[in-house]
Design a protein around this ligand. Structure first.
Ligand code: NAI
Length: 798
């Protein structure tokens, strides 16, 4: 007699297909499946008349032909977006909110069409598009209808960036449209979007939907095409911001292409995210977690949990259980509602996966796949598990972007953290343990923008998403995401400093730089001859080469000499800054940092007259006040608890960026220095600072104040010398996590170019800034730049 258990053993799934008819009909209605760009509220034929095919990867059938965007097409779209920008930006906040609300409603109204179209074009299961992608798209527009409504109240002093170029990948085609477009429009920008060449259809469908929702012409434009079209968008001079999601390789190209252009940039790049299982984890949940982590969307997910790190004692048991579960996964037609995995997006991606799997086998790892075979028509790849993987193996380091899981073991929590962080990426991580103390201890130590505890792949518009290190910079979603599409209003007023130093590394102090109140000490007696050394690891250090440079006042008198720092000095300073990382991560508390900042202020005040003789009383008083400001902030720069739709909490924690290089402005030699160093250290960064090049003496004198203020050694390091050359060394350095540069346009460009190597976050400006004005010289903008937001998702309940 058949028992229930037996029925479960043998029960076959019947077919449960979703109809593709309405989606195919929608395609047919558009010039029989031939799509132009969507520019200025109209379908627009490509100027050069070129089209390419988009296919259904599950069947290899051609779905439609779409336009290949040329320079003329991008020009037309940028012109449309530029013309629409002032009107859209000038709308009252409530009016923009109404449009975003309408977009959310329209997405819901068309959800079935969008879900099916997405499955057809991308190959992902309808269950995912219907139950995850499209609801998240609608949620994103609703959430940002809220930000549009609150923009003026919540972001005072900020204005939209202007015309925004957005380039998105093929793995979540419509979700990426929402993540990019919703905040951009809510902030008051206009958009040109370039979807991925493999999956352009839902973006085009959305453009049409937006049009029917009454969005003004030119506010949202879609230009289709491949990487060449994307490149044209990136390089267009009238685009003020680029937002990109895709491979780290292309992200790096875009970082370089936009260097020095003044364009704002956010990059959401690849990952090799760890999925950490401790021996006390709930194994049944872990198995389903792994399924979601690496077989969701066929593993073509930037934050896929692609590295399974298991505590040694339970590794064999987990592997066995996992294999049994893999045996039951169903790969097949994406439109079948009972299918777990659909097709790989394109032949090139399939080849890439195959190649990397072969490489894994060649390098000695043990590969396992289920006994069943994938459909032979279409581009399918089975779920794959590697064991016996060495941490240095290619498959353990490279983003495979397919349904391939590599498994490694660890013994202790410390080892788990080391293994997890052993990657240049830092997008996401997942931690599994029934011991919440352990999980919460591990989470802050992981170098990742998102950490899921006993869960994985949770997303919500209220919680920022984005990475550390080579996973890119900037956040999408939440308040942080809105700032990526806004800029301070004063930036539009302040003048460009211009290309003063046209050759990086050439010392050329410029008398036209505003010297604030640089004074020559009032005395006829010759000053005591003194050469200021460098300040590294809490000690005054002779420069490597032993050279110094003369500092001359505005009237030509020699004011003193400072050390000429070089590459080796910078390296020593970076090492010292790393050794001091207890200042931020768990070591010193906000309270301790506040006390030290107050102490610095106190000691500066005691020597106020002496500093006033150098830079004037106003600058000294402003510097003391600024130190107080950041002492005040040090224990108040809190994160947030987001209301995401889980039973649990999502903690948005402000973490220091790490080791920051700072090239201080030439003007305001004391106040400029203090205004950058104080916020950076207040939130726990350690810094290497290059002071004003023509007027470094206030900074070198200032480190003698630091020496008496209990600042732990290595927290602040000062290197004097040729600013642009030293800034470039810092920007090139792989162990520097972020670089702030205030100087010339040429220096900005050099720093941004060099930062592409390890994708360090940069904050650069070649504009003058009134450092005495508290709206420009201090506050949240500085603190935000000094912090990374890590979102930790903590579901609770039995
Ligand atoms: P990709 O980075 O080349 O493409 C992403 C987008 O950038 C597409 O719209 C493409 O047309 C555009 N693009 C390409 N070259 C460009 C350029 N020079 N300038 C401006 N735009 C450009 O990614 P691709 O080739 O589709 O996939 C290759 C690998 O990248 C994957 O195997 C995967 O490892 C990774 N990837 C990662 C994604 C993520 O979300 N982290 C998303 C897509 C791919």
């Amino acid at each position: 007699m058949a028992t229930v258990a037996k029925l479960f053993e043998t029960m076959e799934y019947g077919p449960a297909p979703e109809s593709d008819a309405p989606a195919l009909e929608w395609i047919r209605q558009h010039d029989n499946g031939r799509f132009g760009h969507f520019i200025n509220g109209r379908w627009t034929a490509p100027v050069e008349g070129q089209y390419f095919e988009t296919i259904n990867p599950a069947t290899t059938a051609v779905l439609a032909r779409v336009a290949q965007g040329s320079k003329a097409d991008i020009d037309a779209a940028v012109a449309g977006a530029t013309a629409a920008a002032p009107g859209w930006a000038a709308l009252p906040a409530h009016a923009r909110a109404r449009y975003l609300y309408a977009l959310a409603r329209e997405v819901q109204r068309h959800s079935r069409l969008l879900a099916v179209l997405e499955s057809l074009d991308n190959g992902k299961p309808i269950r995912e598009t219907r139950d995850l992608d499209i609801p998240l798209v609608a949620r994103h527009f609703y959430h940002h209808a809220g930000w549009a409504q609150l923009r003026d109240a919540e972001f005072p002093g900020y204005v939209p960036v202007g015309v925004v170029g957005q380039i998105i990948p093929w793995n979540f085609p419509l979700l990426m449209v929402a993540w990019k477009v919703a905040p951009a429009l809510a902030a008051g920008n206009t958009v040109i979007l370039k979807p991925a060449e493999f999956t352009p259809l839902t973006a085009l469908c959305f453009a049409e939907i937006a049009q029917s929702a009454g969005l003004p012409a030119g506010v949202f434009n879609v230009v289709t095409g491949d990487g060449a079209t994307g490149k044209l968008l990136v390089e267009h001079p009238d685009v003020q911001k680029i937002a990109f999601t895709g491979s780290t390789e292309v992200g790096r190209i875009i970082r370089k292409a936009t260097a020095g252009s003044g364009k704002k940039l956010t990059l959401e790049l690849g990952g090799k995210s760890p999925f950490i299982v401790f021996d006390d984890a709930d194994f049944d949940s872990v198995i389903e977690g792994v399924v979601d982590a690496i077989w969701f969307n066929q593993g073509q997910v930037c934050c896929a949990g692609s590295r399974l790190l298991v505590q040694e004692g339970v590794a064999d048991r987990l592997t066995q259980k996992l294999r049994a579960r893999m045996e039951k996964l169903r790969v097949g037609s994406p439109l079948d509602k009972a299918v777990d995995m659909g097709a790989i997006v394109a032949p090139v991606q399939l080849e890439r996966i195959r190649g990397l799997v072969e490489r894994g086998v060649e390098e000695g790892a043990k590969m396992w796949q289920p006994s069943w075979a994938c459909p032979t028509e279409g581009y399918f790849y089975p779920p794959t598990l590697f064991t016996d993987v060495s941490p240095a193996a290619t498959i353990a380091q490279v983003e495979i972007f397919g349904p391939v899981l590599v498994s490694m073991t660890f013994r202790t929590p410390k080892e788990a953290v080391e293994l997890a962080n052993n990657t240049p990426y830092g997008l996401a991580a997942s931690v599994w343990s029934e011991n919440i103390n352990l999980a919460l201890d591990v989470a802050p130590k992981l170098k990742a923008g998102v950490v899921w505890i006993n869960s994985t792949n949770l997303f919500d518009a209220a919680s920022g998403f984005g990475g550390y290190r080579e996973s890119g910079f900037g956040r999408e979603g939440g308040r942080e995401g809105m700032y990526e599409y806004l800029k301070p209003e004063y930036e539009t007023r302040n003048a460009e400093v211009g290309m003063r130093n046209d050759k990086v590394g050439v010392e050329k102090p410029d008398a036209s730089i505003p010297h604030s109140a640089i004074r020559i000490p009032q005395s006829d007696i010759p000053p005591v001859d003194r050469t200021y050394k460098l300040f590294i690891g809490g000690k005054q250090a002779r420069p490597d080469q032993g050279y110094s440079r003369r500092i001359v006042g505005p009237d030509g008198r020699v004011l003193g000499e400072v050390a000429e720092g070089n590459r080796k000095d910078v390296r020593n300073a970076v090492e010292a800054a790393h050794a001091a990382d207890g200042w931020g991560r768990g070591g010193a508390s906000g309270h301790t940092r506040a006390q030290i900042l107050y102490f610095i202020a106190e000691n500066l005040a005691t020597r106020g007259a002496e500093f006033a003789a150098r830079v004037g009383r106003e600058e000294v008083d402003a510097s003391i006040a600024r130190l107080f400001t950041y002492a005040a902030w040090a224990d108040k720069w809190d994160g947030a608890v987001h209301h995401t739709p889980i039973r649990g909490v999502t903690l948005a924690m402000n973490e220091p960026v790490g080791v920051l290089g700072i090239a201080a402005p030439d003007e305001f030699p004391l106040l400029g220095f203090v205004s950058l160093v104080a916020p950076a250290i207040a939130v726990g960064n350690t810094v290497i600072v290059i002071p004003s090049e023509p007027n470094p003496l206030a900074a070198t004198e200032f480190y003698t104040v630091l020496e008496t203020s209990d600042v732990p050694s290595g927290v602040i390091n000062v290197i004097t010398g040729a600013k642009d050359a030293l800034a470039k060394v810092l920007a090139d350095h792989d162990d520097v996590d972020g670089m702030w540069y205030f100087g010339t346009a040429a220096g900005v460009k050099a720093v941004e170019l060099a930062s592409a190597a390890n994708m360090k976050r940069t904050w650069t400006s070649a504009r003058t800034r009134d450092w005495l004005d508290t709206r420009q010289g201090e506050g949240r903008e500085f603190l935000r730049r000094a912090t990374e937001v890590k979102n930790i998702w903590i579901p609770y309940g039995e």
